[in-house]
Design a protein around this ligand. Structure first.
Ligand code: SF4
Length: 575
């Protein structure tokens, strides 16, 4: 048993639903209790689809458990076949149905329908949504293509050099992060280098399309969490190489083009040269004309332009699925000049890759699907920006840290009406805007650092977002995010702008009294002069300074943190 309030992923049958809903001509019969149809809303509301997912539920109730639930499966399969006339049927079970062991897949197969029936065995108590999607895609593709696999040891015939190389794009699904627009960007990149898109799957594909997968020269594993297992099988079965670079970010997009050049044996130097064209001169009116060849992405120039100088060294914490987290770490550090202070994923299958990235930055990766562990890690790292999922948006909000969403799980606002890819050149433009937007603008940051007593532009205020001053994060290392009474009092005192300093100091003394009373934590107390000095530190790094100073004091057995302690800690730690 695991106490869970939020989960990063749904049960595996939701992953199977994502694959079925992505496709045309596929129907999914799900043995599930009454109420499981809630998952329909993910598609009709979050993704705003205009029709229900192609899923029939057996919706058994408590009173059915004494009867023949297996017969309910057969009835659902029969009715779904007659009503929807799919080309392929998926049959599986949800968590509760797994317990009653009706084996719906075998039952459906025994009915001898005139279409392929793919039985899904998705263990709901040990696996999750992305794994469910990955397995479903793999079993679907495998069931259809098994009769056509190459004989063991045989090779694909060499590509006809007169023909353009063909690629499959594997992995985009319903409810994936920005898949809809990423596909468009990838298609543009392929068109530029003369590669034909053969099949895009599962999003928008039919079973007939899946049958054409072997026609391609190679597979692009666009979302490894979903596509890796299928691409590996296609490589073994059809000798199709895999392009593994995910083109999120300018550097990764260049690497993606270069890798395709290598795998397909084509010259991509022109596209790579164009990608390096500097957009600086685009401000020249002549270059803005339609005849001018634009630079590939504006991100490189935007991030080099002088307004971005203040972004250098911003402390960023990244969490999400492994694919987006790895891409984000590269963009953040190589393309925007941020400093990575934390990285993690809930995609356990890709933990090794995340650990490697963490190691390069001298960090320990957070591999967890427990949001409380992520909260603690974020609080300890005290970043100035969090790039994460919808969960991290909540965490960051409570801590008063700016945040942008880079990965599922997402809410409805991350399925926007406007074109919003993450991949390719335009994706890099979108990323630049989305990640910089939550941060305080440079001039405001500078002015608030200089003049702290302004009645409107108080600490924590971000006029471009109309935000009121927030309670800046002041947790001690390892303390829970849900602040204790004493922490809230200290925080309120430390962030109080309306009171004169003396009154604030009294509040702080009171807060300290409470902290001191909290003998279990053994935290050093802050003297009024220490608190006054701490208040002078810009709010977005104050949490980090406070934490470091408290650790410095505790390491040396200092019980009262004065202004001197604060500066000694600063000198010692170089914060
Ligand atoms: S069967 Fe699984 S998904 Fe459905 S309600 Fe129960 S726990 Fe939730």
């Amino acid at each position: 048993m695991e106490l869970t309030l939020w989960t990063y992923e749904g049960p595996p049958h939701v992953g199977a639903m994502r694959v079925a809903t992505s496709m045309e001509g596929v129907h999914y019969v799900l043995h599930a209790p009454q109420g499981d149809t809630y998952a329909d809303l993910l598609f009709t509301m979050i993704e705003r689809r205009d029709r229900r997912p192609p899923v029939s539920y057996t919706t058994f109730q408590a009173r059915d458990l004494g009867g023949d639930t297996a017969e309910m499966v057969k009835t659902s399969v029969r009715e779904a076949y007659e009503r929807f006339k799919p080309q392929v049927m998926l049959v599986g079970e949800s968590c509760t149905a797994e317990l009653i062991q009706d084996q719906p897949g075998s039952l459906a197969k025994s009915m001898n329908l005139p279409i392929p029936v793919v039985s899904l065995d998705l263990p709901a108590y040990s696996k999750k949504e992305n794994w469910g999607a990955s397995e479903t895609l793999y079993h679907l593709v495998r069931s259809l293509l098994l009769p056509h696999v190459l004989a063991p040891g045989s090779k694909r015939p060499a590509r006809d050099l007169e023909m353009r190389p063909k690629a499959n794009i594997i992995g985009p699904t319903a409810l994936g992060f920005r898949c809809r627009d990423d596909i468009q960007e990838v298609l543009k990149l392929l068109a530029e280098i003369g590669v034909e898109a053969n099949v895009i799957a599962p999003l928008g594909a039919t079973p007939d399309d899946l049958m054409r997968i072997p026609d391609a020269d190679f597979n692009i594993c666009l979302y490894p969490e979903i596509a890796q297992t299928t691409c590996d099988w296609l490589k073994r079965s059809f000798d199709q190489p895999i392009v593994t670079t995910v083109p999120i970010g300018v550097g990764a997009t260049r690497d993606f083009i270069a890798e395709i050049g290598e795998v397909a044996g084509i010259d991509v130097s022109r596209a790579l040269a164009r990608s390096k064209a500097d957009t600086l001169g685009n401000w020249n009116a002549a270059r803005l004309s339609s005849s001018a060849a634009p630079g590939a992405s504006r991100l490189p120039w935007y991030s080099r332009s002088v307004d971005s100088t203040y972004l250098t060294g911003k402390r960023v914490f990244i969490f999400g699925d492994a694919t987006h987290a790895i891409a984000a770490a590269r963009i953040a550090t190589e393309e925007l000049g941020f400093t990575l202070v934390g990285i993690g994923t809930y995609s356990r299958k890709f933990a090794r890759q995340i650990r490697e990235v963490a190691k390069q930055h001298g960090l320990e990766a957070v591999i967890s699907d427990d949001y409380l562990a992520v909260e603690t890690a974020v609080a300890e790292a005290a970043p100035e920006l969090v790039l994460g999922t919808q969960m991290e948006r909540h965490i960051a909000k409570r801590l008063g840290i700016p945040c942008a969403v880079i990965s599922t799980p997402i809410h409805v606002q991350d399925v926007p009406a406007r074109y919003s890819p993450q991949m390719g050149w335009e994706g890099a433009n979108v990323i630049f805007d989305d990640w910089v937007h939550p941060l305080m603008m440079g001039l405001e940051e500078h002015l608030i650092g200089m003049f702290r007593e302004d009645f409107e532009f108080a600490e924590g205020h971000m006029s471009h977002l109309h935000t009121a001053p927030h309670a800046a994060p002041l947790q001690s290392a390892g303390s829970p995010i849900v602040a204790s009474g004493s922490e809230m009092a200290a925080s309120a005192a430390l962030n109080s702008e309306s009171k004169p300093m003396a009154a604030a100091s009294e509040d702080a003394a009171e807060a300290n009294g409470k902290i001191n009373g909290d003998t279990e934590t053994g935290a050093a107390s802050w003297s009024p002069d220490g608190i006054a000095e701490l208040k002078k530190i810009p709010f977005f790094v104050r949490g980090k300074v406070k934490r470091n100073t408290e650790k410095f004091a505790s390491d040396r057995g200092i019980t009262a943190i004065t202004v001197d302690t604060l500066y000694e800690a600063k000198a010692a730690i170089g914060q």
